[in-house]
Design a protein around this ligand. Sequence first.
Ligand SMILES: Cc1ncc(COP(=O)(O)O)c(C=O)c1O
Length: 408
Amino acid sequence: MRFVTHLESAIDGTRLDANQLQTVHQDRPLWVRYDLEGIKKHVDRDALAAREATMWRYRELLPLDDQVSPVSLCETITPVINCPQLATDAGVREVWVKDESRLPTGSFKSRGMTMAISMAHFFGVRRVALPSAGNAGGAAAFYAARAGMEAYVFMPEDTPVINQHEAALAGARTFLVNGLINHCGAIVREGAEKMQWFDLSTLKEPYRIEGKKTMGLELAQQFQWKLPDVILYPTGGGTGLIGMWKAFQELTQLGWLDSKRLPKMVSVQSDGCAPIARAYDDGERFATLHENADTIARGIRVPAAVGDFMILDAVRESGGTAIAVPEEQIVSRMQTATRATGIAICPETAACISALDQLSKQGWLSDDQRIVVFNTGAAQKYLEAIEQPLPVIDRHQPLDWEFIENGR
Ligand SMILES: Cc1ncc(COP(=O)(O)O)c(C=O)c1O
């Protein structure tokens, strides 16, 4: 059984057949649409908690027929952790971190990839390719390995070294390109015909969003079907933010939420690469390319996003905002936020912690709000950002306890 009715163009509403492999319509993304009335009759919201604690517990709201086994590595429900020190530091009431680093390959990208590769596998795809800022390439490589598919990954040459090697470790043909993710994307597009691969790029197929949507479904369930007031999300291609906003619309239509108030969605970028924040400030629906984009938070180094209008629509519909934070704060925020929480905060999320302070100082946040920040990946995957010289002990010399006490 599956409840998918059709695919719908996000740009002009054209209906497309969901029973065949689809990509984009007029170069813009597709939504997956469901028979929500049917789901409402079939699923008891309160019975979901008794199902297996993975994202597949929301099976009826996902596009894969329930008779088909997903290509899965056990995409566990991620914890949402109260972080009082972050709240105190920002001068707000409650900050929770939803820790996506617990997922296979250490980032939220596995949600999208388990879904996209399961669907591609179902439709008979044997070879996939994608450009990646890092984590998506790693995740795609592992899920492709799981499915027995060939994977081709194209990454900027300065992609975090762990991402480069994890993709190769899992058997993907992994290439470093002297350019940014958009240049890598151009290679995937150019090779489509010659190499006969299926393009798994962000929003170039409809299913990665559906996997990411489960972040929103989980969050709703974890907060007893009352969503938080504000969500801060690091934004690159935007599937995470778009997927969550779609989840909230579907939950509203299903009547599963106990409060009608939806969270304000905050799209966070670095001022080193802020096409969405800039378009938001300029009142535009489409973003322009951010020239010479650079940020240590490589996952959000996306100078042009094919789903720009979907991100901006979600932010505006929710009453949220889009914000760029100073690049130079990111590494120090990783350290302070990790020390304040005990959670290995990735650079993309460190940008969100900066945004928290910035929005609080601007008076955009109020002190009665429950705020959720997504830790989209594990800090340990960013050797370049966490590496620091460590003091060395010569075991042949008498121990210097003052040196040891101070760590230097
Ligand atoms: C750790 C991390 N956070 C955030 C993002 C941005 O994700 P999205 O493409 O959903 O905007 C990425 C994308 O690579 C990422 O790896």
